[in-house]
Write a protein that binds this ligand. Structure first.
Ligand code: SAM
Length: 272
């Protein structure tokens, strides 16, 4: 079980405001590629007579823009999976407009996806949610009566916090989330339920993990080496790091709990 937290540690963790993340625009390079390609194609049409004549279809121009956008994205160092998105973005819009659909549909879809996957191109941690089996297994690791502090790094829609706060009400819970839409959802969910639980908008890299008895992370393989560096610097002796599914390269867990819902679903525990 967990080491006894000091009363000062508990109140500091609950009272301390989490630094708001200075949100940079993660899609800036994508926007530069798209706008740059549109301007280049436009300049081509205006300056070189006959490149695109009156018979050239809008779709042909859109495909040319897509090719230039993909090339620009590559030149800007974007990862290969971005290239088909760049190549097909404007042709897709032209196709939709040809069907008579309002441009508000693709714009809304774009805004929705951007607000869910806000930092994914940078953090390489997409949104997927812990199962109830995982939440139950985490609850089994927490004290029933004794006070403790818990943080969910990248809390998504706040499901894990909500479940634990109901099942283990002695705890003080904190979640931090980078993506705007999941953050708003989690914040509302937690605000409506009340209790010793709060959610902040921000980057967990700016959070001091030394305030928590239990740190829970369901991230991705790409995030684990950085998380371990941070956890081993900041977490207190006796505190517990739990990773849902993802190993830390070269660091054996103190314990592994197989969840049994999927082949690779497990909790990996490191006692600090
Ligand atoms: C796989 S989901 C897990 C959601 C939730 N913890 C759960 O278990 O259901 C990972 C979440 O972490 C968020 N995230 C990734 N990197 C982050 C960072 N540096 N700071 C805050 N949140 C981050 C993502 O936006 C995503 O919502």
């Amino acid at each position: 079980m967990l080491a006894q937290p000091s009363p000062e540690g508990v109140s500091a963790a609950v009272a301390r405001p989490v630094a708001a993340y200075p949100a940079r625009v993660p899609l800036l390079r994508a926007a530069v590629a798209q706008v740059g390609a549109s301007l280049l194609v436009l300049a081509l049409i205006l300056t070189i007579p006959g490149v695109f004549d009156g018979n050239t279809s809008t779709m042909a121009v859109a495909l040319a823009q897509g090719l230039v956008a993909a090339s620009l994205a590559r030149a800007l160092g974007m990862e290969p999976w971005w290239l088909p998105i760049h190549a097909l973005f404007v042709p897709g819009l032209v196709w939709m407009l040809g069907l008579g659909l309002s441009p508000l549909y693709p714009l809304s879809a774009f805004c929705l996806l951007a607000s869910i996957y806000w930092g994914t191109s940078r953090t390489r941690v997409p949104l997927f949610l812990s199962s109830q089996t995982a939440a139950r297994a985490v609850a089994d690791l927490l004290p029933r009566r004794r006070c403790f502090t818990f943080v969910d790094l990248g809390c998504g829609f706040g499901g894990m916090l909500d479940w634990l706060a109901r099942d283990r009400p002695a705890g003080r819970y904190c979640g931090i989330e980078l993506a705007p839409l999941p953050f708003v959802f989690a914040w509302l969910r937690i605000a409506l339920r009340g209790g010793a639980c709060r959610v902040s908008w921000g980057n967990f890299l700016e959070l001091d993990l030394g305030h928590y008895d239990v740190v829970y992370a369901y991230l991705s393989p790409a995030a684990m080496p950085g998380l371990w560096d941070k956890a081993s610097r900041e977490m207190r002796p006796g505190s517990l790091l739990i990773s849902n599914s993802f190993l830390i390269p070269g660091v054996s867990p103190t314990r592994t709990i197989v969840l049994g819902v999927q082949d690779d679903a497990k909790l990996l525990l490191w006692r600090m």
